[in-house]
Design a protein around this ligand. Structure first.
Ligand code: MV4
Length: 593
C-alpha cells in the first residue's frame, strides 16, 4: 500500500478521500488554489501545497504545478476525485511516466470511453446493446433521415466527444434533421473542440440507471449494484438512490453482468460506472464514466464498503478482497446534492457566498459529505456542490423519511441551497410512488411555490420605503416554542448582509439588488450586487436616466448570467465597475440620484 497520496481535487470529494487516507494511515497531501488557502480539504490534510491561481485552469488543472507538488511532496500516487483530471488520459500518462500511480483506470480505457462512438463499439464487443443507433460519424442530414425512417422518430443526435447531455439534439421529424445536425455539430465544436456526431433512437420516458463496477489488476471484475439517478434538471443530478425502485432483480442481475462485460471489453481497472437508459423493461448501454462518481456513497451504504479504500487497494496491485458471490446488498440509500443555488420558482440561480452558519444533520445512518464549514466561502469559480447528504434505511420509505428529517435538521445560512427543492421532490406523490423519470423534475414537478430559503421572494419595505430584512426569532407562547419570521428595518447590517445578499436573486425587482448592499440601502440608489461574481457588461453610463428595475449591469456567477437592476428611478451619478471586474456580495457598483 502507498505511504503518501496526493489528492488532486478540492471540496467535498477531496475531504472524502483524505478521510479514508487518514483511516488507512496514509499521509495525505492536499493542493490548493489561492482562494482555497484555508479550505476544509486543506485543513484536514496532513500536508498542503499551493498551486497558485484562482480559476480551475490556473490551479487544479495546472499539470505542471501538480507535477511539481508530486515531486516536492514525495507522493507515490494521485487520487483525482471527479472532474478536473479524473478522466484525462494525458494527465494519467504524465504522472505514470514519473513513476507515480494514477488511482483510476488505464489511460486507454479513459480514451475508449471518452469517445461515445468507440464506447458504443466497446459495448457491442462485450455483447451489450446500446440504444439502437449507428456507431458512425454522421456526414449529412440525409443519414439522420434514413435512420429515422427505419427506426422511427424522434431520434437523438449526440456529440461523440460530448457527454452529460450537452450537444444533444432531439429531432422529431425528417424536415428538421439537417438543421439539427448542423447545430449539434456547432455546439460540439464549441464545447468539446470536436464536431463529430452520431445518431440514436430517442427514448421518450427513460429512467437513468447506472451500475457501479470494480476491477483489479488480476482480472477480477465485479458489479456492486445500481443507482437510480432519474431526479435531475438540466443534466444536473439532484437525488440518487440505490437500489433503483420498482426494478426487478432479474434485470439488476442482467445489468450487472452487462456492466462487467463492458468493463472487460475496454480493459477496465479500478472503480467505474456504466450508465444505462431503462424503459419498458429493457436497458440500453449509454456511456461509461471512468471515475469515482459524486453519488458513490449510496452504493457504499448498501454494500457496506469504502469505495475509496478499494480504489487504493487495486491501484496498489492488491486483488479484490471478495468475489461477486460475497457481495450483499442491504436496505436502501438516498443522496441529496446540496448545491449553492436558489431553487425559488424552479430557477436554480447560483448563490455563491460565505456560509455564515452550517449545522449538519446527525443521527442514525445519516452521513454528511461536505466541502465546507461555517465561515467558508463558496466561490463563483468552482463547482457549486456544497455538501451531500446520504442516508440509509431498511427500505425506501424509511430512507425517504430519514432524508426528510435530515434535510429539516440541516441549517445553512449565508447562501441559498437546493434543500427546499429536495423536500418538494421527496414529499411528492410521484416520487413516493417511484413514477419519476429523467424528465419528471423539469416537466412535471411544480417548484413555483418554492421560496428562497433565506430571504422572502419579495423584499418588503415599510410605509416609508425603508428596506426590511428577514429575521428568525424563537418565542415561547404558553411554554411552547415557536419560530417566527419577522421583517424588520435593517439595523444590524453586518449580520444581515450575507444572508440577505444570498437570497437576493437577480430579477427585475427593484428592491432586490440593493437589498444585497449590506448597508441596508434598498431604494437609496446604491446598486449592489447580490452575489460574488464577475461583471460581464455595464449597460448604462454616467448621466443616463434609469427606471426602477432597469438592468444596470450583467453579472456572471457560476457560469450563469444575471442582471443587476436599479433599485430606484433617477440619474446614474456614478459607475464603479467595468467589464471584467470581480465583485463580492454586497459591493455597490453604481449610484443613482
Ligand atoms: C438519451 C435520452 C433518450 N434517448 N439518449 C442525457 C445525458 C446523456 N448522458 C444522455 N442523455 C440522454 N440520452 C437517447 N437515445 C435521454 C437522455 C436524457 C437523460 C439521460 C440521463 C439522465 C437524465 C437525462 C435527462 C434528459 C435526457
Amino acid at each position: 500500500m502507498f505511504d503518501k497520496v496526493l489528492v488532486a481535487n478540492r471540496g467535498e470529494i477531496a475531504v472524502r478521500v483524505i478521510r479514508t487516507l487518514r483511516e488507512l494511515g496514509i499521509t495525505s497531501v492536499a493542493v490548493f488554489s489561492d482562494l482555497d488557502r484555508d479550505a476544509l480539504h486543506v485543513r484536514l490534510a496532513d500536508e498542503a501545497y499551493s498551486l497558485g491561481g484562482q480559476t480551475a485552469a490556473e490551479s487544479y488543472l495546472n499539470t505542471d504545478a501538480i507535477l511539481d507538488v508530486i515531486r516536492r511532496s514525495g507522493a507515490q500516487a494521485v487520487h483525482p476525485g471527479y472532474g478536473f483530471f479524473s478522466e484525462n488520459a494525458d494527465f494519467a500518462r504524465a504522472i505514470t511516466a514519473e513513476g507515480v500511480k494514477f488511482i483510476g483506470p488505464p489511460p486507454e480505457a479513459i480514451e475508449v470511453m471518452g469517445d461515445k462512438i468507440s464506447s458504443r463499439l466497446a459495448a457491442e464487443k462485450g455483447g451489450v446493446a446500446g440504444v439502437p443507433g449507428r456507431s458512425e460519424v454522421l456526414t449529412s442530414g440525409d443519414e439522420v433521415i434514413a435512420f429515422g425512417e427505419e427506426f422511427g422518430w424522434p431520434v437523438a443526435i449526440k456529440a461523440a466527444f460530448g457527454g452529460g447531455g450537452r450537444g444533444m439534439r432531439v429531432v422529431p421529424s425528417a424536415d428538421q434533421a439537417a438543421a439539427a445536425l448542423e447545430s449539434a455539430q456547432n455546439e460540439a465544436l464549441k464545447g468539446f473542440g470536436r464536431s463529430e456526431c452520431y445518431v440514436e433512437r430517442y427514448l421518450t420516458w427513460p429512467r437513468h440507471i447506472e451500475m457501479q463496477v470494480l476491477a483489479d489488476t488480476q482480472g477480477n471484475t465485479v458489479w456492486l449494484g445500481e443507482r437510480d439517478c432519474s431526479s435531475q434538471r438540466r443534466h444536473q443530478k439532484l437525488i440518487e438512490e440505490s437500489p433503483a425502485p420498482e426494478f426487478p432483480d432479474a434485470v439488476r442481475q442482467a445489468m450487472g453482468q452487462a456492466a462487467v462485460d463492458v468493463s472487460k471489453a475496454c480493459g477496465y481497472i479500478n472503480a467505474g460506472t456504466v450508465e444505462f437508459l431503462y424503459q419498458d423493461g429493457e436497458f440500453f448501454f449509454l456511456e461509461m464514466n471512468t471515475r469515482l462518481q459524486v453519488e458513490h456513497p449510496v452504493t457504499e451504504f448498501v454494500v457496506g464498503m469504502d469505495l475509496v479504500e478499494l480504489q487504493l487497494r487495486v491501484a496498489a496491485g492488491d486483488p479484490l478482497p471478495f468475489s461477486q458471490a460475497d457481495i450483499e446488498r442491504r436496505g436502501h440509500a438516498i443522496e441529496c446534492r446540496i448545491n449553492a443555488e436558489n431553487p425559488a420558482k424552479g430557477r436554480f440561480l447560483p448563490s455563491p457566498g460565505t456560509i455564515t452558519k452550517f449545522r449538519r444533520p446527525d443521527g442514525y445512518a445519516t452521513r454528511t459529505d461536505a466541502g465546507y464549514d461555517d465561515g467558508d466561502t463558496v466561490s463563483q469559480f468552482y463547482d457549486n456542490l456544497v455538501a451531500k447528504l446520504i442516508v440509509w434505511g431498511q427500505d425506501r420509505e424509511h430512507a425517504r423519511r430519514r432524508m426528510i428529517r435530515a434535510l429539516e435538521e440541516t441549517e445553512i445560512e449565508g447562501i441559498a441551497t437546493t434543500i427546499p427543492a429536495h423536500l418538494a421532490i421527496l414529499t411528492h406523490p410521484d416520487f413516493i410512488a417511484a413514477k419519476h423519470s429523467t424528465k419528471w423534475v423539469e416537466e412535471t414537478l411544480d417548484l413555483s411555490s418554492v421560496e428562497a430559503p433565506i430571504k422572502p421572494a419579495e423584499a418588503p419595505s415599510d410605509a416609508n420605503g425603508e428596506a426590511l430584512v428577514e429575521r428568525q426569532v424563537d418565542v415561547e407562547v404558553d411554554g411552547r416554542r415557536h419560530r417566527v419570521r419577522l421583517w424588520v428595518p435593517d439595523v444590524a447590517p453586518v449580520v444581515a448582509a450575507a444572508g440577505v445578499a444570498a437570497g437576493g436573486a437577480p430579477r427585475p425587482r427593484p428592491a432586490a439588488a440593493a437589498a444585497g448592499g449590506g448597508g441596508g440601502a434598498a431604494g437609496a440608489g446604491q446598486v449592489a450586487v447580490p452575489m460574488q461574481g464577475t461583471i460581464v457588461k455595464v449597460l448604462v453610463a454616467k448621466g443616463d436616466s434609469v427606471d426602477a428595475g432597469q438592468p444596470i449591469a450583467v453579472l456572471e456567477a457560476m457560469k450563469m448570467e444575471n442582471n443587476v437592476n436599479a433599485d430606484k428611478a433617477g440619474t446614474v451619478a456614478e459607475i464603479r465597475v467595468k467589464a471584467g471586474d470581480t465583485v463580492s456580495a454586497g459591493d455597490v457598483i453604481a449610484v443613482i440620484e
